[in-house]
Structure formats: structure tokens, C-alpha cells
Design a protein around this ligand. Structure first.
Ligand SMILES: Nc1ncnc2c1ncn2[C@@H]1O[C@H](COP(=O)(O)OP(=O)(O)OP(=O)(O)O)[C@@H](O)[C@H]1O
Ligand SMILES: [Mg+2]
Length: 480
């Protein structure tokens, strides 16, 4: 459960936001002034503060300054009417997480709050190598006793003590983000903010401004000055995820920040100095992008000084039983239930599978199997068909509920089942996940015959090819 503190001197606003946010997921508290807010914070220990800028007594800006002095990691979102945006911008320079213009658009407000709460969790939830599952403070763990993972831990330990830029590589789902957070938590900057930016999720033209900010009028649509993540995260750690996806202009700016700690906002000419540690990650071969001149060679070398490569799960199968136990405990904890056990035969199947989606896929498989399991134990029949079917022949493989729903032509039942899974795994994006599975299955069923597979899926061969590329499927199918 997350805690949200609202600081606003208007009773109406406090009342209406309480109605919107107070829920089983969010514990809501409010304060009527900056002074009161500062008193409430140490007691209530919020994950996020939502604060008005213009208030009687000490204003939002001053309150923010005081919060930052005692609690630099606490995320603060400012609320402001259009006329006072300059103050909100000042607040961003002080390290506010975001600001919102009044009157609010409720869905937008909810989205921003949800994102901020996630960022707060990422920052606060300690990631350790050997998690203490019994301990009261739940810690996320990077599990692995295999030689490959021991090497990763050693490197994490070594770089944590320094301010060096780190490049983390590895296939999707191998734990790159987890490793980045572990470095942060073990570094001297652990008491300062950590901000993660997924470069691939932000449209190319916007990324530069997201990272470095822009001046008013820098481009069409830049009606107000904006402060970027590097400025906001001063003294902290920035995690640049999917670093392969950046325009040349952004690459140039990143290089300069890494070399001299300075940059200019888009459309600005005043150099701004920051002290930010950069951790970058990618699941694409950056060397190939350099060769194709899509990625600056000098930036690549600058990033590659310390490289941590996380091996795919199929190359460290001895970690699978450990991971399975860890996920069973983790899931049980989330659901406040006793952990399920798992049959030895099921573990054997999990050890044999080739895990194209790596640890993420394993975690999802365990979650799904836990839902399917009718008793306290996960049996082979509870595993997803691609795993249980990898040794059993398709005809005797148990048919999961989802597939039998299709047999009764009730696609609605299937969809509801998928949503159930999605609710348990907030990271699961249903459509791409299903699309990817369908393409993989169709290729398997047709022995990699793309014409037949496309026909089976009811799409053109060109579309099939696009999906194969998009999801990197051929690589995965070849690695059995
Ligand atoms: N060694 C590990 N121990 C425990 N959990 C792990 C481990 N590796 C990955 N996970 C879990 O698997 C999931 C995926 O990990 P993460 O998001 O770090 O992968 P990623 O490499 O960043 O993937 P992508 O390239 O798709 O972004 C997360 O839920 C993470 O907690
Ligand atoms: Mg990632």
C-alpha cells in the first residue's frame, strides 16, 4: 500500500482529492499548510507528496526546499494555477518530481500519481543480492548462485563504490533494471533520488526535452519552460533504459553530460552544470548500431567503460530452482498467503525450457501456474503449455483453462482470464504479450513455415515478418 500526503490550504481541494485517492491501495492524509505538512511528514512517512504552490504561511516552494533538505528522496508533485507556473518551474529546479496545472484533468492526475508512486517504490525498495525474505522490510533480491551471476554481483559491488558510468547489457527480462537498482542502493548516492527513463517509450522528438528540458518557445508546443530529468535529478542517479533508441542530437548531449557534467536546455544557450550518475541499459547489440552509424562510437566507448552483461537464463539453468522458490515466496507475500509448493517434476520441466523471455518469463509462468494450481502445490499440468508441452506430446498435454475457453468459442472467457493475469502482473501488456505468443506458437506448429503460419494467424506474411522482427522471435526459436 502506498501513502499519499496532500498539502493544500483549500478545504474543497482536500475533500475532493481525498474522495478520488483514498482507497485500499492508497492511504491518504492531508495537511492544510506547509508548516503542518512538514510536521506530518516524519510521522506519516508518505511515499509521495502532492502540494499546492500558493498557500498562506510558507508557500509550496519554501516547503519543498525544507522537505528536500531533510528527505531528498521523497517525491513531491506541485499543483499550480496557470498564472503561477514560474514558481512550479523553480520548484522543478529544486527537484520536484512534476507539476500539474489546475484545474485538473482527473485521468491525467491519476496517471501522474501512479507513475510517481512507481518511481517512489523503485527508489525505496532496496535491492540486495541475497534477500532476507523473513525480514520485516521486504527487499527485492537478485537471485543467482551460478558462475555467471556471481560475476555480475562482483561487478555490481565494484562499481557501486564508484561514480563510474555503467552499461548493463543482456536480453529482455534478464534483470537489467534490477541490477541498476542494486547498484544505486549500494552506492554513496543511495540517499539521493533515482530516476528511470525508458528511452524507447518516449517519442524521439520528445526524449531530448524530457532529459534536458527546454526553454519557452524552443519548438512548436513548447509554451512553457520545462526542466528535464538531468536537472531534476542533480546529485542523484539516472537510469537510461533502452539507450539504443536515441536521436543523434540526444546522443551528443548525453556524451557531453558524461564528459563535462554540463548541458543546455533545448533552445537554450546557458550551460547548466549537474552532478548525476548515469547507469544505462540496452537489450540491443550496441556494437551493431555503432557499425551501422546509428549510435555514436565515442558515446559507446564512454558508456562501455564498465560493462555488466547479464547472461540469459538458459545459460544459467542451475539458478532456476532458486528463482522458482524465490518467486513462490514473493507471490505468497504479496497475497498474504502461505507459499505454494512445487512438484519436482515441474521443476525439471522448468529447468529444460529455453526461456526466451528469461527471468521475467519464469516469474510470469510461476504466477500463472499458481493461479492454475488447484491444491497447495504446483504440478506439471499447471505450467503453461509451451513449457509442459516441451516434453509431453501436444495431444496429452493438459489443456489450460484459457485454451479450453476457446474450444467453447467463448473468446470472452479467454479475455477475462488474460485480464486476471494482467492484474497480477502490472508489467504484462496484454496485446503485445498475446501477439508474441501467438506468433511463436504458429511458427512452432508450422515448423517455421511463414506462409502457413501467417495463414493460420489470419495476417499477411509481411505483417508476420514485422511481428517476428519486432519481438526478435527467430533468435529465440533458434536457441533451443
Ligand atoms: N536474478 C533475478 N532474481 C530475481 N528476480 C529477477 C532476477 N532477474 C530478473 N528478475 C525479475 O524479472 C523481471 C524482469 O527484470 P528486469 O525488468 O530487471 O529485466 P530487464 O532486463 O530490464 O528486461 P527488459 O530488457 O525487458 O527491460 C522483474 O520482475 C525482476 O524483478
Ligand atoms: Mg528493463
Amino acid at each position: 500500500m502506498s501513502k499519499l500526503l496532500l498539502i493544500d490550504d483549500e478545504a474543497d481541494v482536500r475533500y475532493s482529492l481525498q474522495r478520488i485517492f483514498d482507497s485500499p491501495e492508497i492511504e491518504f492524509a492531508s495537511a492544510a499548510s506547509g508548516e503542518e505538512g512538514l510536521k506530518v511528514i516524519p510521522k506519516f512517512k508518505p511515499d509521495l507528496v502532492l502540494m499546492d504552490v500558493r498557500m498562506g504561511g510558507i508557500n509550496g516552494l519554501e516547503t519543498l526546499r525544507k522537505i528536500r533538505a531533510t528527505d531528498p528522496k521523497l517525491l513531491v508533485i506541485l499543483m499550480t494555477a496557470y498564472g503561477t507556473t514560474q514558481m512550479a518551474i523553480e520548484a522543478m529546479k529544486l527537484g520536484a518530481y512534476d507539476y500539474l496545472l489546475k484545474p485538473f484533468d482527473i485521468p491525467k492526475l491519476k496517471e501522474i500519481i501512479a507513475n510517481a508512486l512507481k518511481a517512489a517504490r523503485d527508489m525505496q525498495q532496496v535491492v540486495s543480492y541475497e534477500p532476507l525474505l523473513q525480514s520485516e522490510d521486504y527487499e527485492l533480491g537478485i537471485i543467482g548462485r551460478s558462475g555467471g551471476m556471481q560475476q555480475v554481483f562482483k561487478l555490481i559491488g565494484q562499481v557501486s563504490a564508484t561514480d563510474a558510468t555503467v552499461l548493463i547489457t543482456g536480453e529482455s527480462g534478464t534483470g537489467k533494471e534490477l541490477a541498476a537498482r542494486a547498484i544505486y542502493h549500494h552506492s554513496d548516492r543511495a540517499q539521493q533520488p533515482f530516476l528511470a527513463i525508458n528511452c524507447a517509450a518516449i517519442p524521439e522528438q520528445l526524449l531530448e526535452s524530457e532529459l534536458f528540458g527546454h526553454e519557452k518557445g524552443a519548438f512548436t508546443g513548447a509554451a512553457l519552460q520545462r526542466i528535464g530529468k538531468f536537472e531534476q535529478c542533480n546529485k542523484g542517479t539516472i537510469f537510461l533504459d533502452e539507450i539504443g533508441d536515441m536521436t543523434p542530437a540526444t546522443q551528443t548531449k548525453i556524451l557531453r553530460v558524461l564528459q563535462s557534467g554540463t548541458f543546455e536546455r533545448v533552445g537554450g544557450n546557458q550551460p547548466i552544470k549537474v552532478d548525476v550518475r548515469v547507469i544505462a541499459a540496452t537489450n540491443k547489440p550496441l556494437e551493431a548500431a555503432v557499425a551501422a552509424r546509428q549510435f555514436r562510437e565515442d558515446l559507446f566507448y564512454r558508456l562501455n567503460v564498465v560493462r555488466i552483461h547479464i547472461p540469459p537464463l538458459r545459460d544459467r539453468r542451475d539458478d532456476i530452482p532458486l528463482l522458482v522458490n524465490y518467486f513462490l515466496e514473493k507471490i505468497a507475500r504479496e497475497q498474504s498467503q502461505n507459499p505454494k509448493s512445487i512438484a519436482a517434476a515441474a521443476i525439471k520441466l522448468l529447468e529444460k525450457y529455453h526461456w526466451p523471455g528469461n527471468v521475467r518469463e519464469l516469474e510470469n509462468a510461476i504466477r500463472r501456474a499458481g493461479v492454475m494450481a488447484k491444491s497447495g502445490a504446483i504440478l506439471t499440468g499447471d505450467l503453461p503449455p509451451e513449457i509442459s508441452g516441451s516434453t509431453a506430446s501436444a495431444s496429452i498435454a493438459p489443456m489450460p483453462i484459457a485454451v479450453s475457453a476457446v474450444a467453447t468459442t467463448d473468446v470472452g472467457v479467454l479475455a477475462r482470464q488474460l485480464f486476471q493475469w494482467a492484474r497480477r502482473d502490472p508489467k504484462l501488456k496484454i496485446i503485445p504479450a498475446v501477439e508474441r505468443e501467438l506468433v511463436i506458437q504458429a511458427l512452432k506448429e508450422t515448423n517455421n513455415n511463414q506462409v502457413h503460419a501467417a495463414k493460420m494467424l489470419g495476417i499477411t506474411r509481411a505483417t508476420l515478418r514485422k511481428r517476428i522482427d519486432k519481438f526478435g522471435i527467430l533468435r529465440e526459436l533458434n536457441v533451443k
